[in-house]
Write a protein that binds this ligand. Sequence first.
Ligand code: AMP
Length: 463
Amino acid sequence: MSFEKLNLIEPISRALKAEGYTKPTPIQEQAIPFLLERHDLLGTAQTGTGKTAAFAIPILQLLHQDELYVKGAQGIKALILTPTRELAIQIGDSFKAYGKFLKLSHTVIFGGVAQHSQTQALRAGVDILIATPGRLLDLMNQRYVKLDQLKMLVLDEADRMLDMGFIHDVKKIIAKVPVKRQTIFFSATMPNEITSLANSILTHPKRVEVAPVSSTAATIQQFVYFVSKNDKRKLLRHLLDDKAIRSVLVFTRTKHGADRVVKDLAKTGVKAEAIHGNKSQNQRQRALGNFKSGHTRVMVATDIAARGIDIDDLSHVINFELPNVPETYVHRIGRTGRAGASGVSISFCDGEEEKEYLQDIQQLIGKNIPAVTDHPFALTVSNNRPEMKNPRVPSEQRKPKQNRFKTKKPQAAAQQPKQHQANQNTAKKPVQHNPKSHTPKKSPAPKGNEGMSWGSERWENNY
Ligand code: AMP
């Protein structure tokens, strides 16, 4: 389907062309017609599917048409609530891009920075407001924001807002907007609390859905490396020698962990930057800017900080630590292989508690992740406990020298094929560490029904 079929107004079509968009993504194809007919919408889609444009384009078009035909009162006409500053900024950038030939104004507000410039922008008057819930409520309480003229409300990444504890703020904000409005609700997952929130704020919504959270893009090559906790930083350093890793987002579970990885890399001469909640807004924006422009090759992030980060050209994701929530894995690796491009995901698994996380992940995504066993820090993982490939025997347990040659080959080496027990089903042959195998290929051929690429009829499995 082409954008022409969506009946978009000329200034928007022109802006999309300028962005280089040739055809709508599936979520856009499904959502835009409903929204232009002023229906409420319940969408299950994640960042990376093109969902921002799916709501931004109809909002711009409808507000523009309303402006032409109905001289309405001044005031905020569309509000987009989103969980993080990064997402808010990116959504603001999207409105700027798609609305560049229109006269509608927008502004972005979020916490963690001084409010002055935000209140100034609000005073000047805006049509579209993009906000994180905490700062918005704060400014509403200070009477800088009035929502009595609101016609369109978007809840973006509702499940994340729940996760981050914003749901009460969100409910307080919704209580202050006109009941008669068009409401758009996007969430990557639909836990019960989210479903009941959606039910309470949507009126006869149309449902659109792309790629359930459990699916990973067929265009992302996934590997697991079994490695002890202590060797992870050495393995990371070793992998970074591979020039095929052009830009890599490294995930850690904690902020402290992210800082430690950056420090350890710095000691070996690799410049990396961390992005997490303890960094100031400016530091985060600077780090993100450096990464996007290619100045920094390695960015280390925690999950919340990285959610929604939109980087077009990310070649690799490395899970320095596996997440204990399997859906988080799907979100993480979806940072690469975006918009149908290919990418590589490498996960370090310590063979202890992370082995269970790996099993949960494999169950969720419905496939086994091949293990790369040919690397200098390989750990042998048995069903019950991990063993080092070349275990160091404590000196007091070593056999007397004369007997050493009589002992059998080390167990672990003899058991090579069992090395990645968790992956026995698929990884029949051990996967060799071949830098080339980590080079994203430009246009991988989708196999079977595993998923289709951007240009295909179904643009699914982006996650
Ligand atoms: P989103 O899911 O909104 O974060 O969008 C993911 C990425 O896809 C962003 O970089 C968008 O600029 C890009 N994108 C959105 N719609 C299209 C389209 N129709 N064609 C090409 N790229 C798009």
